[in-house]
Design a protein. Structure first.
Length: 254
C-alpha cells in the first residue's frame, strides 16, 4: 500500500512539474520573446528570471523521473529480461544494477554538459537572414553601441502619443487634468516629465515602462519605447507648429 501511495505522490508531482514546464515555456516564447529582457517583465520577473525558473523546474522534473524509475526498477528488470528471453525473475542485486544505471545516466549528462560548453561559438554570420549591426561594427573596429538616427517628432514620436495616449490625455479627455498634445505638459512645470537629452532621468520613460500606476495601460511596446527614448536623448525637439492627428483632434505646439 505504501508503494502505491509513493507512486501516486511522485506521479502527481511530476504531472504538476510538466504543466509548469509548459507554462514557463509559453511565457518565454510568447509574452516575453527573445529581445524583451531589458524592457519588459511579467509579474515582476524579467525573461532572464523566468528562464531561471524554467531551468529549476526542469531539474526537479528530471529528479522526479529518476525517483519514478527507482520505484519501478524491479518491474523494468523483469520486462527487459522477458524481451531478451532470459530468466524473468528480478536480478539478485537490483540495488547494484540501479546504481550502475544511475552512474551511466549521470556520466551521459556530464558528457553532454561538457560538449555543450565546448560547442559555444560567437555568431559570425546572420541566422535565418537576420541582420546584426553589432557584427558589422565589430568587423570594422567601430563601437558596439548602435548608431540610430534621431527620430522625427511629427513623423515618428507624435503618432505614438496619438495612438497610445490621446484617448485619455488629449483634446477630448484629460484624465488627471493632463494632456500629452501640449509641449508644456511634458517639458515644463516644477517636475517636467521629459528631461531633454537624458531619457534615464525622464519620469515619462518610467511611466511608459509600466513602473507606475496602471502599468497595463501605460506600458509601451519595446520598439515604440525605444523611439521615445531616442527622441528624448536627441534633445526632445517639440516643434511650435500645429499638426492635425488622424481622428484625435489637433496637436498644439508649445
Amino acid at each position: 500500500m505504501k508503494r502505491l501511495l509513493d507512486n501516486l505522490h511522485v506521479d502527481l508531482i511530476a504531472a504538476a512539474l510538466m504543466v509548469a514546464m509548459v507554462a514557463t515555456g509559453f511565457i518565454l516564447r510568447f509574452p516575453l520573446p527573445p529581445g524583451t529582457n531589458k524592457a519588459m517583465s511579467l509579474w515582476g520577473l524579467t525573461r532572464h528570471q523566468w528562464g531561471t525558473v524554467h531551468f529549476w523546474i526542469s531539474i526537479c522534473l528530471v529528479t522526479l523521473v529518476g525517483m519514478h524509475v527507482g520505484l519501478h526498477w524491479q518491474w523494468i528488470i523483469v520486462t527487459v529480461n522477458r524481451r531478451l528471453g532470459r530468466n524473468t525473475s528480478p536480478s539478485k542485486s537490483p540495488l547494484v544494477s540501479g546504481l550502475a544505471t544511475a552512474v551511466v545516466i549521470a556520466a551521459a549528462l556530464a558528457l553532454f554538459g561538457w560538449a555543450a560548453h565546448l560547442g559555444v561559438r560567437p555568431i559570425t554570420e546572420p541566422i535565418d537572414g537576420e541582420h546584426h549591426p553589432e557584427d558589422e561594427s565589430a568587423s570594422t573596429g567601430a563601437s558596439n553601441e548602435p548608431v540610430q538616427a534621431s527620430p522625427d517628432f511629427v513623423e515618428d514620436v507624435y503618432p505614438i502619443f496619438e495612438r497610445r495616449c490621446l484617448s485619455c490625455h488629449g483634446p477630448r479627455k484629460q484624465i488627471s487634468n493632463f494632456r500629452v498634445d501640449r509641449g508644456e505638459a511634458l517639458l515644463e512645470g516644477t517636475t517636467p516629465l521629459v528631461v531633454p537629452g537624458d531619457s534615464d532621468r525622464s519620469p515619462l520613460v518610467d511611466i511608459l515602462l509600466g513602473n507606475r500606476t496602471r502599468a497595463d495601460v501605460h506600458r509601451l511596446p519595446a520598439r515604440e519605447l525605444e523611439t521615445v527614448k531616442n527622441w528624448i536623448d536627441a534633445g526632445a525637439d517639440w516643434p511650435d507648429v500645429t499638426v492635425h492627428g488622424s481622428g484625435s483632434g489637433p496637436f498644439f505646439g508649445r
